[in-house]
Design a protein around this ligand. Structure first.
Ligand SMILES: [Fe+2]
Length: 278
């Protein structure tokens, strides 16, 4: 299979063309794609035609599937294929999943290394996904800040009392299945590319170990303001047939509710198992 991989920015994102993930992927191609993933952090694989089972197979080119916390949110008939959509209303308020910058499921002691979406239905305009590079954001910090945070750990719960947004309702079954909180370093080292990265998630971080909450919130706010600068960003404009996979250890991401909510936005979603952050 002849395919090409082109960077989308100087720091984050690469586009893969000419690859059909519904077909069998040989071991050389698999290794090549995984190398590109560790290097570019976000892969945009164009022109895919994937039904739920095919999407599962495609995701597994990059690792092993991890379950989502919301057990009731799945594609009908496919309990292990999740989705994001704009048609979820709780108490009269529309819930747009992922509306502020975050990394996925960091409340787990072993959070998912990657998340992937496949576009099934897109609004005619808007609904981009933004990614910011947490390796570059860390590298650029002043030495004094690096020293301040290098050995700090944060407690990540399902939904922090300081979260900037709601996550919608969890069913009783899903709540019971939640793991204990994840206690993760603020700075983690990527196992495949060896680079350090900030590991932040204001939706889930409830405290920093050994620090007053007010000081922790100020610190997280300062780091977030730094890490979400445009110079660290790749902004993905979705096209039909895009499968996008991103590395939760390398980037934060956010969704944009800036489109006509009468139009449907619906994407299949899967996560891949990661390792304990160190
Ligand atoms: Fe997310």
């Amino acid at each position: 299979m002849s395919y090409s991989i082109h960077p989308l920015t100087a720091h984050t994102g690469a586009e893969v063309r000419g690859l059909n993930l519904a077909a069998a992927i040989d071991s050389d191609t698999r290794a090549d794609l995984n190398r590109a993933f560790a290097k570019h952090h976000v892969l945009v694989i164009r022109d895919q035609e994937l039904a739920p089972e095919g999407f599962k197979k495609a995701a597994q080119v990059f690792g092993e599937l991890q379950e989502h916390d919301k057990k009731d949110v799945h594609v009908p008939g496919h309990p292990d294929v999740y989705y994001v959509s704009n048609d979820h209303i709780v108490n009269g308020k529309r819930i747009i999943p992922g509306e502020t910058f975050h990394t996925d499921h960091s409340n787990h002691p072993t959070p998912p290394k990657a998340t992937t979406l496949f576009a099934v239905s897109l609004p005619s305009r808007g609904g981009d996904t933004q990614y910011v590079n947490m390796h570059d954001a860390y590298d650029d910090l002043p030495e004094a800040m690096k020293r301040r945070i290098n050995d700090r750990k944060a407690v990540h719960v399902y939904l922090s009392k300081y979260s900037p947004r709601s996550l919608g309702n969890l069913t009783e079954e899903s709540r019971k299945a939640l793991p204990p909180p994840g206690i993760h370093p603020l700075v983690r080292t990527h196992p495949d590319n060896g680079r350090k990265a900030l590991y932040l998630n204001p939706v889930r971080m409830e405290s920093i170990v050994g620090m007053e909450d007010s000081e922790a919130l100020d610190l997280i706010g300062e780091l977030m303001a730094h890490a979400t600068q445009k110079k660290y960003e790749y902004r993905h404009q979705w096209c039909n047939g895009d499968m996008v996979i991103w590395d939760n250890r390398s980037v934060m991401h956010q969704a944009n509710p800036d489109y006509d909510m009468n139009e449907r936005r619906y994407l299949y979603r899967l996560m891949l198992k990661g390792e304990v952050p160190v």
